[in-house]
Design a protein around this ligand. Sequence first.
Ligand code: PGA
Length: 247
Amino acid sequence: MLIVANWKAYVEELAKAKKLFALAKRLQKATGVSIVLAPPAPLLGALAVRNRSAVAFAAQDVSLTTGGAHTGEVTAQVFSAANATYAIIGHSERRAAGDTDAIVAEKLAHALAHGLIPILCVGEQERDGEGHYLAMVREELTLAIEPLPPKERAKVIVAYEPLWAIGKTADAAIGPNDLAEMALYIRKVLAELLPGKSFSHSLVLYGGSVESDNARSLAAASGIDGLLVGHASVDPHTFSLLVKELS
Ligand code: PGA
C-alpha cells in the first residue's frame, strides 16, 4: 500500500516539516506502508536532498517550462535534482488555477523526461445519473496519457480524486463499492491506452477526504494500490492513526 501525503500549503514551517518527516520515517518502519511526502517545494528541497531513508518525496506540481528565463518557476529537473522521486500532476487545485488537459499532458512529459514518476490526478466534478462522469475521467486519462510514447505510459500512476470528495470529512468521501467500480473502469481505460499487458503494472490510487475512519475500507476496495491524503496527512495524530489502519 502506497500513501502519498499531499501537504498542499498546509505546512509552512521547516520545524513542522521536519517533525512530519521524522514521523513518516517511524511509521514506515513500524508498519511497512510505503510513504511518499509531497511538501511545498522549498521544504521538499530541505528534507529530500540528503534523504537516506526509505520515505520518498513528490513534487506537488512541476512547471510547464524547462530551464531559462522563467522567474518563479520550479522545473521538473529542479525537483529531480532535489531528490524527488514522484511528481503530482494535474491536481484539481492546479487545474482550477489554469492547468488545461494540454498543459497536464506537457507537464507529464517533463516529469518523465527528468526521471520523476508522475502521479496523474483525474476525477469528475460531480456524479450524474447518466454516467457522464465516466466519460470525463476517460477523457482526462486519454488526453494526458495518449501523447506519451507507448513505453512511458505504464510509468504513470493514476490518482482518482473526485472533486466533490476533496477537502471534506470521511463521511463525504466515496464508498468502497463505488471506488472499486471506478478503479475497474480506470484499469479498462488504461488497458486501451497502454501497450500489451503493461496496464497490469499500473498503480491506481484514491484521494479525497481520506481520514483514519475510512482509510482501511477504501484501501481494501478492489483495484486500489494506495491513497493520496491531503488534510489528514498534516496532523501527526491523525496521520499516525491512518497509516496504522493500513498495516
Ligand atoms: P483531502 O485532499 O484529503 O484534504 O481531501 C486530497 C487531495 O486533494 O489530494
